[in-house]
Structure formats: structure tokens, C-alpha cells
Design a protein around this ligand. Sequence first.
Ligand code: KIV
Ligand code: NA
Length: 270
Amino acid sequence: RKTAPLPDDIRGMKGGTPIVSLTAYTTPMAKMMDGVCDFALVGDSVGMVLHGMPSTLGVTMEMMIMHGTAVARGLSKTMLVIDMPFGSYEESPQQAFGNAARLMRETGAAAVKLEGGQHMAETIGFLVRRGVPVMAHIGLTPQSINTLGGYKVQGRADQAKALMADATAVAKAGAFAVVLEKIPAKLADAITAQIDIPTIGIGASAGCDGQILVVDDMLGLFTAFKPKFVKRYGSLGEDGEAAIRTYAEEVRARSFPADTHVFSDKAPGN
Ligand code: KIV
Ligand code: NA
């Protein structure tokens, strides 16, 4: 395709070829996935992955805007979605609209993502009616880690009904897609069959309408820990460590820089 899909195009992929997505935080990473992924998410995981924060709770609007602007510069054929950070939308639909509009205006993102099910449905409807396409995010919602009591699987046993209700509530409110994070595969399949918007799985099911992973996780670049749902498709962290060690050895041995990396005193020439 020549241009990026729009939220409505992503919605239209329900039940078809799986939707492919990754997180992105920088221009070069965005360029790597441009035209390959259907959408890229500037996730608030940026706080943990790039800034060494212990959770996503410390991420600010300014950080999201800075990374969102960088990612936008690398995309022309992939849609940009940006996370609303903790504290920027929960207070009221009005607060959410002000911050969503700012994120879209300053980064060029086509849509925002926010965490929460039934309790965020009113806000989702408020945003959508005012021109802000919303991707919902239910199941394990990392911004609520302190009330959830850890990064555990959500929606098991007696929690399943509430999670199904969350999914139907965000779909009814007008979300164009919903991320399902760390829930039983059977429940993810039941939700996917039940609602008419695409489900984007992360630790959910191959039966979801799409998948997302944190790009630094799947490249093997973020190695502080590895959730079960992550598959490493590369080992850039190991490659990087090895490259840095080789560089250090060569500098200490004076074998870098070599003749090809230095300049003669004769101009013109290299
Ligand atoms: O912030 C993030 O990376 C996310 C994805 C894991 C869905 O919200
Ligand atoms: Na997130």
C-alpha cells in the first residue's frame, strides 16, 4: 500500500488477515517497520524499555510527545497510535479529550490508546464523538499494577465474565480495536468471536484479529526480563554487547582506527 491505513481500515480487518503491529519509540525503529506493520504503537512501555523506569507510572505527556514525534518522522505507510500516559485521562472525559487532542496535534498520531474497560466506556464514547479514534486496552493493564497486585494473568475463573463485559463495553462505546493483554487463550477467542471490533493480542491467542509485541522484546534488545508471551526473533542485545567489547579491545590494542578511518594531510581527497 502507498499510504498508512486509518483506524476505520484497521476496524475493517476484523476476521481477515491478522493485523500486524509493534511498539516503536524512535525514528530508526519506526523506519524498520514502516510498510511492514499495519500500525505502530508509541507505548508507554517506553518508560521501562528506554528510560529504565520500574513501571509505566512515571511516564509523562512530554515523554509521549517527544517519542511520538520521533516515530512519526519514520512512518509513511504504517498507522501511528499513541498511548495516553497514567494520569492523563482517568479523571474525566474532558481531561481525556484535552490530552488526547494534544497528543494527536503534536505528534500526528491517528489514534490514541487508553487502558480500562467498563469504567472507561463513557470516556471512550466522549472522545470518539469528538473525532478521537480510540484503541482500548483490557486484561492486564500495566498502569493499574499497584491495584492489580502484580503482572499476573487476568480473566481466569470468576474474572472471565467481567473481562467479557469490559470487551463488549469498549466495543459498544466506539473503540475501533481493543488490545487483550495476558489473558487465557480460550477467553481471548471467546471475546474475539463476541465483539465486532478487532482484538489485538499480547499474551492472548493466535486466534485474535491481530498481534502486538514490544519491539525491543522481540528483537532481544530489552533483556532485563522476558515475559512468557514474548518470542525473541533477534538477539540485538547480545550482538550489541559483543560489538562494544570488540571495539574496546581494538581501541586498547590501537588496531582501531585503521588507515581507512583517518585523513591524510593532502587535500582534496579522503
Ligand atoms: O505500552 C505498550 O507497549 C503497550 C503494548 C504492550 C500493548 O501498551
Ligand atoms: Na501501554
